[in-house]
Design a protein around this ligand. Structure first.
Ligand code: IMP
Length: 219
């Protein structure tokens, strides 16, 4: 059977996110490919409510809203951190755990909350503090047709937080095989991937690599 990849007309699409950390990383990953992208934030699009209970559902909600609003294909990222000792929480609610009563986000407070819950569970060793970051990228066309790319990065949660690079929960996540947290890595190190490399490190770069293989002609 012939495999048909629906083309992205004029090499233009929208990045369906308002999150600066994600946008910077996706812009970095996209830089070698010569696509014209604008973010939902730059276009002044509203942020849809994320009502799903799976990363794929929320990724679809965001990409579909941006694609419909602009008439262009849109690429979204729904992501989060899942701690084994917390039954996979915060998961799809990772951003919500940082939300303050005034609507602002405080990731220091969110990391404190995770740490407090881990201690309550007696999760004090790296083995008991296993966690993964998950990212699902969704490319959606204005008529609702969509494709999904999932990436995961395994590691454990450290305390106290280390590093001031990256964003969100990066300072408490130490990926397997590394002695530094994502917060202590440059964006390049955190991606651990450029076109042609066999492996990627971060969840987002792993998902992006699959997107690039299907969509951007990367082997
Ligand atoms: P959402 O996808 O907009 O629901 O938000 C996901 C949340 O997960 C972000 O606000 C971050 O706090 C967190 N997150 C996702 N990816 C990363 C990452 O690469 N580093 C640190 N935190 C992340």
């Amino acid at each position: 059977m012939e495999f048909h990849v629906r083309p992205i007309e004029n090499r233009k699409f929208v990045l369906a996110s308002h999150n600066k950390g994600k946008l910077d990383e996706l812009a970095d990953l996209l830089a070698p490919f010569g696509y014209q992208v604008q973010s939902a934030a730059e276009l002044g699009l509203p942020e849809p409510e994320e009502t799903g209970t799976e990363f794929e559902e929320n990724a679809y909600i965001k990409a579909l809203a941006a694609a419909k609003a602009t008439g262009m294909p849109a690429l979204s990222d729904d992501s989060g951190m899942c701690a084994d000792a917390l039954g996979g929480a915060p998961g799809v609610y990772t951003a919500d755990w940082a939300t303050q009563p005034d609507g602002s986000r405080d990731f220091g407070a969110a990391m404190d909350k995770v740490e407090k819950l881990l201690r309550e569970k007696g999760a004090l060793t790296p083995e008991r503090r296993r966690a993964r970051f998950v990212a699902v990228l969704c490319l959606c066309f204005p008529d609702g047709e969509a494709e999904f790319y999932r990436g995961e990065a395994e590691g454990h949660l450290v305390w106290p937080p280390r590093g001031t690079l990256g964003f969100g929960y990066d300072p408490v996540f130490q990926p397997d095989g590394h002695h530094r947290t994502f917060g202590e890595m440059t964006a390049e190190e955190k991606h651990g991937w450029k076109p042609g490399d066999a492996h990627a490190l971060s969840h987002r770069a792993r998902a992006f690599k699959k997107f690039a293989q299907t969509r951007l002609g990367v082997s």
